[in-house]
Write a protein that binds this ligand. Structure first.
Ligand code: HEM
Length: 241
């Protein structure tokens, strides 16, 4: 899976991939562990597990029902409403959040629009185990260390890469239900359309430009792992609904 692809530095130095000979080589310079590289590599196990889940597989195979999809969006909305609020509050005190998180990245408005299109009242949704664990994680990091909120956000912003692929599959499978060429019903899974990849590359470049210490990077990785676990729990709730 692409998150573990070798980077440019490895290709440039003949024996960089072979750690032992690299360690002996007086000319070998280890590529600096950028924040985004640490996030990708130190969460790769949870990404793999998230992709292998029943609900993720049903999304990629486009075998889930419209009702399961609406239930999933409802649980995500209940949680992302809180994370959006915590991020907006932390912008004033956390420069990295101010630098990275613009309004287009806030997820509750797209989730609300999708739910209303699917005739579900967002305020009628009761959060279940997974959604509650994400709400608790957002409130925990907001109180303990607001930089952690950016770790939670990194995962939901990165997930848009796979979500866009899932939206393509569902659009094809549900074309008999509504005009799926339009954004209706897919604003959450595909918020940026063809701008997805350039936006993600800009996001990672801006993150890597932030002067974060290794301890601050640890905070981001810790929070990102919390987020993978919370979204995987929301998937499990939707799969068993
Ligand atoms: C439904 C199955 C999924 C598929 C097919 C999928 C696919 C992808 C793809 C193709 C990328 C782009 C990798 C690159 O940068 O080249 C990606 C990145 C990412 N995905 Fe997934 N994904 C899935 C599920 C998930 C889930 C459930 C989460 C969150 C809980 C998630 C979080 C992420 C993150 C954070 C990244 C960015 C990785 C990085 O560069 O740090 N994905 N995914």
């Amino acid at each position: 899976m692409s998150p573990s692809a070798p980077d440019a530095a490895t290709a440039a130095h003949p024996h960089a991939a072979d750690a032992k000979s690299a360690a002996r080589c007086p000319f070998h310079v280890e590529a600096p562990l950028t924040t985004s590289r640490r996030m990708r590599e130190e969460c790769a196990d949870l990404h793999e597990a998230a992709e292998q889940g029943d609900f993720a597989r049903a999304m990629v195979a486009a075998t889930l029902t419209r009702e399961q999809y609406a239930d999933f969006l409802g649980q995500m909305h209940a949680a992302m409403l809180v994370l959006d609020q915590r991020l907006a509050e932390a912008r004033a005190t956390t420069p990295a959040i101010e630098a990275l998180v613009d309004d287009a990245q806030m997820q509750a408005p797209n989730l609300r629009a999708d739910l209303e299109f699917l005739a579900v009242q967002p305020s009628s949704v009761l959060p279940r185990r997974g959604s509650i664990s994400l709400i608790d994680a957002a409130n925990h990091w907001a109180a303990a260390n607001p930089l952690g909120l950016l770790g939670l956000h990194y995962v939901r912003e990165g997930a848009n890469n796979g979500n866009r692929y899932v939206a393509l599959k569902l659009r094809k499978a549900w074309a008999h239900l509504w005009d799926t060429a339009r954004p209706d019903g897919f604003r959450h899974l595909d918020p940026y359309g063809i701008d997805q990849r350039p936006r993600w590359d800009r996001f990672k470049a801006t993150l890597d430009a932030q002067p974060l210490t290794p301890a601050q990077q640890d905070t981001l990785v810790h929070a990102a792992r919390d987020m993978f676990k919370a979204i995987t729990a929301i998937h499990e709730d939707a799969a068993s609904a």
